[in-house]
Design a protein around this ligand. Structure first.
Ligand code: NAI
Ligand code: MG
Length: 486
């Protein structure tokens, strides 16, 4: 039985070759509602044998069957139909995402679900625009290039934006004509399963999209190792990204890796203070800080520092934390007990290393994995809380004196995912944007995304780009064709 609207909280099945099937070993695991600590349902625990079946189905679908017979326009229409069906199921998907991940219903309904639908429609338009080139190489020859799909793509995604990151990965891969085995995060498997059912309703042929739920070292590693997979697209921790890169060398898989960050958000003294305050708050508290681009290092220019901290503290005190299904809630629980523990241990490190705790710093009483929104002031860039990704609602504030100092400090990080700049001086804004080592820089705003704008990292934040034309090309390869005309 597919996880239809009646059975959607009791799937227990994998989606392979257009069928809902139990894991070969019959194992299941629980997925938890982090706001209540209650079990939502049991999910099938896929392992190497299941991955092998899914990769086989994806290979057959790539090489034959209905999928490669579709014209690019028909492929585009299929993606558009999936986007529309996501919108058609918007309320249900938002609720499911909130139950499984603890993100607020407001964010799920306003950001995750509509952006996932938009992503499918954006890439629908690209299906008919994957052009090669004619190349004036030599006399007496006709040279041209074809932009071809890679084949079977393994996609491994994390728990912070489960549906949205599935869309970011699936839509361009399918637009380019690939087939996919998707491994959702074990903490948040439910919306990916629903998405598979929605894609099937839209008419996606069996085997084109397979969803194997399970754990990283089991299902994830088997996908990375499988010789029938042509590419791995991964979003998650830098440590696992490194492990995937090591293992993928055995079969020389193509990789895109979207990894962690410790993004600097730089507020100059001449900034619009209200906007910068909102940007700083949004930068660290959106999705309870479980965001790879979180503006977790807030650099504030000396003359503004004290007033800015005061505002931030006052605004943070007003943030409503609690039941993520309540539309008024701004801050939900961390995704899991383990994640809450990790965040709280960083708070302890911050205190031990001498940072000044302005607010928060503890678990909220009662059920659920809630961490109070936390601000540290007087942080030095070499403290653990300024160097390592915390992935929770914990902000490190660092003072600076001038543009040279802040650029040096902002770049003194292993990561290079994103950055923010707040100033009314247009030259300073663009100079700083050029000098910052980051895949994305936001000027006088923070945390904006669009299906048309490439997204990805530098340094230890990974490589490759998602979204936009760059994101599409990551799922293609170029073939050169030579024709003798003499
Ligand atoms: P993780 O990197 O272990 O999990 C991400 C995905 O990778 C999951 O689907 C997981 O099952 C899979 N995975 C784990 N080990 C694997 C392996 N050996 N081979 C293949 N796939 C594997 O992240 P985790 O442990 O849940 O979170 C730890 C930290 O990672 C967070 O505190 C945060 O700092 C960072 N993180 C960053 C994310 C980002 O968006 N860049 C997303 C999630 C976590
Ligand atoms: Mg869950």
């Amino acid at each position: 039985m597919p996880p239809s609207s009646e059975t959607r909280l009791a799937p227990g099945l994998l989606y392979i070759d257009g069928q809902w099937v139990p894991a070969a070993a019959g194992a299941t695991f629980k997925t938890i509602n982090p706001a209540t600590e209650e079990t939502l349902t049991e999910v099938a625990e896929g392992r190497a044998e299941d991955i092998d079946r899914a990769v086989g189905a994806a290979r057959r679908a790539f090489a034959g069957g209905a999928w490669p017979k579709l014209s690019p326009a028909e492929r585009g229409r299929m993606l558009w139909a999936i986007g529309d069906r996501i919108d058609g199921h918007a309320e249900e998907l938002a609720r499911l995402e909130t139950l499984d991940s603890g993100k607020t219903i407001t964010e799920a309904a306003r950001v995750d679900v509509p952006m996932a639908a938009d992503c499918f429609r954006y890439f629908a338009g690209w299906a008919t625009k994957l052009e090669g080139a004619t190349v004036p190489a030599r006399a007496g020859l006709f040279n041209y290039t074809l932009r071809e799909p890679l084949g079977v793509i393994g996609q491994i995604i994390p728990w912070n934006f489960p549906l949205l990151l599935a869309a970011w990965k699936l839509a361009p891969a399918l637009a380019a004509g690939n087939t996919v085995v998707l491994k959702p995060a074990e903490q948040t498997p439910l919306t990916a399963l629903r998405l598979a059912a929605i894609a099937a309703e839209a008419g996606l042929a069996p085997g084109v999209l397979n969803v194997v739920t399970g754990f990283g070292p089991g299902a994830g590693a088997a996908l990375v190792d499988h010789p029938g997979v042509d590419k791995i697209a991964f979003t998650g921790s830098t440590a696992v990204g490194q492990e995937i890169m090591r293992r993928a060398s055995a079969t020389l898989k193509r990789l895109t890796l979207e990894l962690g960050g410790k993004s600097p958000n730089v507020v100059f003294a001449d900034a619009d203070i209200d906007a910068a305050t909102r940007g700083a708050m949004n930068g660290i508290f959106f999705n309870k800080g479980e965001v790879c681009t979180a503006g977790s290092r807030l650099f504030v220019e000396e003359p503004l520092h004290d007033a800015f901290i005061e505002r931030l503290g006052a605004q943070t005190a007003k943030l409503q934390q609690g039941d993520p299904l309540d539309p008024k809630t701004r801050l939900g629980p961390q995704v899991s007990e383990a994640q809450m523990g990790r965040v709280l241990s960083y708070v302890e490190r911050g205190v031990a290393e001498g940072a000044r705790l302005v607010c928060g710093g503890a678990r909220a009483p009662g059920r659920g994995y809630f961490v109070r929104p936390t601000i540290f002031d007087e942080v030095r860039n070499d403290m653990t809380i300024a160097r390592e990704e915390i992935f929770g609602p914990v902000l490190s504030v660092i003072r600076f004196k001038d543009i040279e100092e802040v650029v040096r400090a902002a770049n003194a990080s292993a990561y290079g995912l994103a950055a923010g700049v707040w100033t009314r001086d247009i030259k300073k804004a663009h100079r700083t944007a050029r000098a910052l080592q980051a895949g994305t820089v936001w000027i006088n705003t923070y945390g904006l995304y669009d299906s048309a704008m490439p997204f990805g990292g530098t340094k230890m934040s990974g490589f490759g780009r998602e979204l936009g034309q760059c994101g599409l090309h990551e799922y293609t390869q170029t073939k050169s064709v030579w024709v003798d005309l003499s």
